[in-house]
Ligand binder design. Structure first.
Ligand code: M6R
Length: 608
């Protein structure tokens, strides 16, 4: 899981485009960065450990003006972060950058070493450079790449250069994302469009098993077996501004505050108010099949998994369809019992999460109908599912997912209404849910009015090492999501737990140094939640309660209270999560951490 960029053109600006691209892709990994540029007479490679800014310092003004180059920002998989392991990797006159994992690299490495190749890094990626170089003894550049690929197993997006052919760049995709940006007299390739949109909105998505051979004037695409492919250009509607911070201190904060808009965008054009019905264009083709579905299995990871858990409560209660949620990483290795009557729904912001993709492929093999709720348009999961709904949340740059989550919840509500109305949901109920859903963006804005208080509370609790996040029913998944958020941003150990389970063991942990965030909306389980707070208080535990406006009684028992507006019980997760995102954000900021790029994490986990 890394970010890769390639440039070929006529404007002598390879260095600047590559560096800018790396900065935009840094969220994909930041263990090291590197770049290789060349002209007719020379080739220059620069590498640095850590963030792209370190590479930028190293390059300073020594980078040649060039029309071709490749660059890479790394999230280490094979070999620790070091200069030797930083990309680009080189063998002879071959230079390449790689995102993915070469599964059979050890065997290939051994074979190549027996032929006299010397390896400098511990990476799997370097092996590919040597393999191409080996074939280059017999074949030209292009054929060497094609031959090498027949031996490589695994996931890879590659951008490859040959010193003797500074007018040619070869790009390969197999199970790792890659996009080509098409501009006037130049092409930019990258792991995703955020490194391209500032140069052009015209893009071509390579599919698995495709190779693009590019010159400054043109390019063509063929399959690994040599068959020419005609690719359709798409126009991106993400502009450059959307990918910038717009004055916020961090992308995470910007994205938290974008939620009234991103929830509205998820709903736009998808509500038929008079019919109490959701209109989901992406499901039209499978509408009939959906009527016959008897079971739903949701597969996802991390925050998207938490969204799935909320979906389970909604779909069972309001659509009447038995639903299960599975960690995608587990689903792929179990023997999942799915069939034609099962819809397997993948939820993924990036649309590239390897575990979720593998789960969907497994479900497809078993004959299930596969569906997606995906943010990244034309991403692999979006393309491989039978049907699906896009989030339209715009690019989410911060590693911690925020706006994608509430967008996923919004679409799950729409899906619940859609499937519910196909079954037994009444017109009145459909109308009620949808009209209340449309009020959510304004209600999120109201929560932001309490930002100062949330910031103060976050500061106060950021000194603790461990915390509980407790919730019941619809808000149990939000407790899990809140705990995940504070773990990844502020490195506080947190457990998201069902409130009712507390007394079966974990309560032993409670003391004055182990606070709890208790999710206590005025819902059907409110009284029980109050009992949980009492139990914690009786053991000297501190409590931050998130309650519904008007629940004044809670102030007498909780140490701190944050209020959210009233809404339908099933929609409370959409509001409840907002203070939790802000708590995590401000706890991380208080502790001086890099909240946009927390340690050990990457935005899109495209490896197992
Ligand atoms: O792109 P996806 O939604 O498939 O990603 C799933 C998880 O990797 C992701 O939600 C991760 O847990 C985030 N860092 C959470 O903030």
């Amino acid at each position: 899981m890394c970010g890769i960029v390639g440039y070929i053109g006529k404007n002598n600006r390879a260095g600047e485009v590559l560096l800018d691209g790396l900065k935009r892709l840094e969220y994909r990994g930041y263990d090291s960065a590197g770049m290789c540029v060349m002209d007719e007479d020379r080739q220059q490679t620069f590498k640095a450990i850590g963030k792209v800014s370190m590479l930028e310092k190293k390059i300073a003004k020594s980078c040649v003006e060039s029309n071709i180059g490749i660059a890479h920002t790394r999230w280490a998989t094979h070999g620790k972060p070091s200069i030797k392991n930083a990309h680009p990797h080189t063998s002879g006159k071959i230079h390449l950058v790689h995102n993915g994992i070469i599964e059979n690299y050890q065997q290939l490495k051994q074979d190549l070493a027996n032929k006299g190749h010397k390896f400098y890094s511990q990476t799997d990626s370097e092996v590919v450079a040597h393999l191409i170089d080996e074939y280059n003894k017999k074949y030209d550049f292009e054929d060497s790449v094609t031959h090498a690929l027949t031996e490589v197993r695994g996931a890879y997006a590659l951008v490859i250069l040959h010193e003797d052919e500074p007018q040619k760049m070869i790009v390969v995709r197999n199970s790792s994302p890659l996009v080509i940006g098409v501009a006037d007299s130049e092409f930019i390739v990258a792991s995703d469009a955020s490194a391209i949109i500032q140069h052009t909105s015209r893009v071509v998505y390579l599919d698995d098993g495709e190779i693009a051979v590019m010159t400054p004037d043109t390019y063509y695409v063929k399959t690994f077996s040599g068959k020419n492919k005609r690719k359709k250009e798409q126009i991106l509607d993400w502009n450059d501004e959307q990918a910038k911070k717009e004055g916020y201190a961090h992308f995470m904060l910007k994205e938290i505050f974008e939620q009234p808009e991103s929830v509205s965008d998820a709903l736009r054009g998808r509500i038929i108010a008079k019919d109490g019905m959701a209109k989901l264009g992406g499901l039209t083709e499978v509408e009939k099949q959906l009527r016959t579905i008897e079971r739903i299995v949701i597969v996802s990871c991390g925050t998207s998994y938490c969204a799935g858990l909320v979906g389970e409560y909604m779909l069972e209660e309001y659509a009447g369809i038995p639903t299960e949620v599975e960690y995608a990483s587990e689903f792929r290795y179990r023997k999942p019992l799915v069939d034609k009557k099962t819809a397997v729904l993948a939820i993924s912001q990036s649309g590239e999460t390897a575990d979720t993709l593998a789960a969907i492929r497994e479900a497809k093999n078993k004959g299930a109908l596969t569906l997606g709720i995906v943010n990244a348009v034309s991403s692999t999961i979006a393309r491989e599912t039978d049907a699906g709904v896009y989030n339209h949340a715009g690019p989410e740059i911060a590693v911690a997912s925020t706006k994608a989550f509430t967008s996923q919840l919004s679409i799950l509500v729409l899906l619940t209404v859609f499937l519910g109305r196909q079954r037994n949901m009444s017109l009145t109920m459909g109308k009620r849910i949808l009209s209340e859903l449309q009020r959510i963006p304004k209600k999120i804005d109201q929560i932001f009015e309490g930002e100062k208080d949330i910031k103060r509370i976050a500061k106060k609790y950021s000194k603790y090492d461990s915390m509980f996040y407790l919730g019941r029913k619809y808000n149990f998944p939000i407790a899990v999501e809140g705990a995940l958020k504070i773990k990844e941003i502020s490195y506080i150990h947190a457990e998201g737990y069902p409130s009712g389970e507390m007394k079966h063991g974990p309560i032993a942990l409670i003391d004055k140094d182990f606070p709890s965030v208790v999710l206590a909306p005025k819902d059907s389980v409110y009284e029980k939640t109050i009992s949980t707070i009492e139990e914690i208080k009786a053991r000297s535990g501190k409590v931050v309660a998130i309650a519904t406006v008007g629940s004044k009684d809670i102030e007498n028992i909780a140490n701190d209270v944050i209020y959210i507006p009233k809404t339908l019980e099933m929609l409370t997760p959409l509001l409840m999560v907002i203070p939790l995102q802000l708590l995590a954000y401000y706890a991380g900021v208080t502790k001086g951490y890099d909240v946009d790029q927390p340690r050990n994490l990457a935005k899109s986990v495209t490896v197992e």
